[in-house]
Design a binder for this molecule. Sequence first.
Ligand code: FE2
Length: 253
Amino acid sequence: MRIVPLATISPKPRDSAGDGASAGEKSFMPANETSHTDSSTLVGAVLQALTERIEGSLEGNESEYPPARRLLSMLAAEPLRPAPEAPRQLPVVRFWDTALDTLLRGDGAELARLLQLLTPRLHWFQGEHYTAATMGTVFMDNYALAELVGPRGLCRSPNLALGILLLGPETYYPPHRHPAEEGLYLLSGRGTWHLDRGATISLPPGGVVHIPAGSAHAFWSFDAPMAALYFCSGEVSDIGRLWTPAASAAQGP
Ligand SMILES: [Fe+2]
């Protein structure tokens, strides 16, 4: 993946609106960014800003960071393959502006601005194994993904993914698993991850969690929309299937 060259990165001093950027702080916003800026440039800037935040942060469990950084370095080496844009909305997107506003007011203002520019281009989708019949209509109205990189992404990759997970408030995403290894960075809201290694991890915005390939995990969003950036390597076309102990026993180790 192409990273935005530093020469095109504009310094963004704190403005009168108090957007959280300190004077002299490096900005990942392309210097001449507009709503027409090429998606691959914006996606590269998102990856660069995310990488910097993860390298500079140790929210939560320190052991989550090395594998997360490894996944991001794999994405950074991936050539961009821009794809035709096919914007698509789903019901949970009604919470996206709230999530971005929260991010904008916090430490992630730069990421929020980049994601705002990408918002009109996002193709929101849901895992093909999740339906109203299996998950309920409440869940389906409060869950969606949008890929920046991946098989369905603004930039195409068959075996790497970078995307957005959005859950509505008070939403429980039950235990599920997928063959790809995953890292998650919490953008806004609060999230609790229940992992089949026996841990329950509660993260604030800026927190990172690593989910090994095939590991069952679940999310709870508490009382606000939860938005996260996920980044995966492996069989990323398989978004996930519900997991139960019985199903696990039937499948064997
Ligand atoms: Fe996952």
